[in-house]
Write a protein that binds this ligand. Structure first.
Ligand SMILES: [Zn+2]
Length: 71
């Protein structure tokens, strides 16, 4: 008498390293979008970056969705 058994083990675990990396990228992105008022480009462009606000304008709707007021 022979028996055969099949056991299927499914593991679905989220890699914690990826979660940490994505959270860090998200936090950095939110910082850049939320608090840059021309400061990043002013390193290259000088004072006129404070008038042009490229990152601010490009991410305007996302800024408001994230709760940052500006006008
Ligand atoms: Zn606005």
């Amino acid at each position: 008498m022979s028996q055969s058994r099949e056991i299927t083990v499914t593991k679905s675990s989220v890699p914690i390293g990826a979660v940490i990396a994505l959270a860090a990228i998200f936090a950095f992105g939110l910082f850049v979008v939320g608090f840059d008022q021309g400061h990043l480009f002013s390193m290259i462009q000088g004072a006129e970056a404070f008038d042009q606000l490229y990152i601010h304008e490009l991410t305007h709707d996302m800024r408001h969705a994230a709760g940052f007021p500006c006008h």
